[in-house]
Ligand binder design. Structure first.
Ligand code: G6Q
Length: 559
């Protein structure tokens, strides 16, 4: 495997950076009228304007050379061939198979996985149709009105984000609820709003061993049984999505009511699999298939387009330019669309869990930055909050501004204000405001000269702050599918260049192990293990408090 920092392109980029660090984007635009046209790409209903970055043609040439020397194209091909590129878990990485047409075989260890992908998708569609049409009845023969999805992390964020993003397409009778946090307040508040007779619970867990999900699922089942009074009714109200049929059966769900997926689907890449069942229930088969089709179209573009016209590759490379050369440690996702309000959280997991690593695939410690810190929120709200730092803070974070062009579903006048703000912000991040401009503005506002001189420095904006503008033709299932796949592949290309495995998550596994020991100690069922003095004190405090509560008769409440 090549060593990244010894690649000729890496070294050439450092030399190039010694000049590029002082470039002004204002000047780059002033001296190159074709810039916006050149750094513009349209694909699968998405438009990417990446002109407001501190790049030139030469920067891009060198970054593309870096991608080739780091063997990113070989990694991309290996993923699509179904090779076990998740090396620490010895697994293929084939979320792309889940949205692939059924007639093109994709093999994992010699087996064509497409027949089973198609089989599960068809089962999901039949089930979704039965629930949505009202044919699927609860134990008192009433149609389902509420769906409670219980899962966490990758088994929650994707379906939640998509159901929110495509709410405009939701079934009018079905209300979606997502329970992830084991803090019982979330489940309690959810159960207050639903009725056992008309609620369907979907237990979503790849492993079916995750304690948060199983605890919530057990509590939900107790709540249900306390109302239905008949264990036979569970079958009409609980289904599972998992790769682990034995654990599902042990929980008490008939495997006939389990929707399967496979170990070559990573949790954070699983919304396209049976984990997307809440999405299919909410939006219907046709819209779910449109979501898959949009993603597949982006997959085909990613696999076949030349690197220099490849949207995920270009986004990845521009990101690398800041992370590794300018030293930008964070990246902002700012959708100007309320329906996309969970998109930043979804991308946060996708990126930080995939590329938050410090060892290369062959076990060496990296000596360069990897995943940035991903953060953000809806852009228009952000303008009234964290954008201050983005304009005048000391920390420079590239920003993805995302919106849909089509304002037809919007109330009169709203969409223009929304997009007007987004375009204006992008322009302000690019141009900034010089001291002279600030002074002129204050004079024009009628301030006297001493006041102008005193205030003007505070009104200076450096500008030169990078943004990508990403426009969706409209926020529909197809465009959203393409948008999600765009980020999945961008993240993969960055991981490939950094020589890391983007598909394991040992940091997440650690949390699962650590909690296991201490939970036993808090419950009082296990002896206290050797801990540092701070942890031991916290455990002791909890135990003492908990004993006091029980003595005073203020123990745990039932639902
Ligand atoms: C995703 C992660 C993680 C995982 C959850 C839930 O890529 O591995 O977020 O999805 O920990 O795991 P289960 O689906 O096994 O319950």
């Amino acid at each position: 495997m090549p060593i990244l920092t010894q690649l000729p392109a890496w070294r050439a980029l450092w030399q190039h950076f010694s000049r590029a660090r002082d470039w002004s984007m204002r000047e780059l635009f002033d001296t190159d009228p074709q810039r916006a046209e050149r750094y513009w790409l349209e694909q699968d209903g998405l438009i990417l304007d990446y002109s407001k970055n501190r790049i030139t043609d030469q920067t891009l040439t060198l970054l593309l050379q870096l991608a080739r020397e780091a063997e990113a194209p070989e990694r991309i091909a290996a993923m699509f061939r179904g090779e076990p590129i998740n090396t620490t878990e010895h697994r293929a990485v084939l979320h792309v198979a889940l949205r692939s047409p059924p007639d093109a075989p994709i093999r994992v260890g010699g087996e064509d996985v497409m027949p089973k992908v198609t089989r599960v998708l068809d089962r999901m569609a039949r089930f979704a149709h039965a629930v949505r049409s009202g044919d699927w009845l609860g134990y008192t023969h009433q149609p389902i009105t509420d769906i409670v999805s219980i899962g966490i992390g990758g088994s929650d964020l994707g379906p939640l984000m998509v159901c929110e993003a495509l709410k405009a397409y939701a079934h009018p009778r079905l209300t979606m609820h997502f329970v992830s946090n084991v803090d019982s307040s979330l489940l309690k508040e959810t159960l207050k709003r639903v009725h056992a007779e008309t609620t369907l619970f979907i237990i979503e867990s790849k492993t079916f061993t995750t304690s948060e999900t199983l605890t919530n699922a057990h509590t939900a089942r107790e709540w249900f049984l306390s109302r239905a009074g008949d264990a036979g009714a569970v079958a009409r109200h609980f289904v599972a999505v998992s790769t682990n049929p034995k654990a599902v059966a042990d929980f008490g769900i008939d495997p006939a009511h389990m929707f399967e997926f496979w170990d070559w689907v990573g949790g954070r890449y699983s919304l396209w699999s049976a984990i997307g069942l809440p999405i299919m229930l909410c939006l219907g088969e046709e819209n779910f298939r449109a979501l898959l089709a949009g993603a597949h179209s982006m997959d085909t573009h990613f696999r076949t387009a030349p690197l220099e016209a490849n949207m995920p590759v270009l986004l990845a490379l521009v990101g690398i330019w800041y992370i590794n050369f300018f030293g930008g440690g964070s990246h902002v996702i700012a959708p100007y669309d309320q329906y996309l309000h969970r998109f930043p959280a979804f991308i946060q997991q996708l990126d930080m869990e995939s590329n938050g690593k410090q060892r290369t695939r062959d076990g060496r410690l990296v000596d360069y930055e990897t995943a940035p810190i991903i953060w953000g929120g809806t852009g228009i709200n952000g303008q009234h909050a964290f954008f201050q730092l983005l304009h005048q803070g000391t920390h420079i974070a590239p920003i993805d501004l995302i919106a849909s062009l089509d304002g037809r579903g919007s109330l009169p006048g709203h969409h223009e204000i929304l997009l007007g703000n987004m375009f204006a912000q992008a322009e302000a991040f690019l141009r900034g405001k010089t001291l002279d401009e600030a002074r002129a503005e204050l004079r024009a506002a009628g301030l006297d000269e001493p006041a102008v001189q005193a205030l003007a420095p505070f009104k200076v904006f450096d500008g030169n702050r990078p943004t990508n503008t990403l426009l969706l033709q409209r926020l529909d299932p197809r465009c959203l599918g393409a948008l999600i796949a765009l980020y999945e592949h961008k993240i993969f290309v960055q991981g490939a260049i950094w020589q890391i495995n983007s598909f394991d998550q040992w940091g997440v596994e650690l949390g699962k192990q650590l909690a296991h020991t201490i939970v036993g100690e808090l419950e009082g069922s296990a002896e206290t293990a050797a801990h540092d003095s701070s942890t031991a004190r916290l455990i002791a405090l909890y135990r003492r408090m908990n004993q006091e509560k029980t003595t005073k008769g203020r123990g745990k409440t039932a639902l």
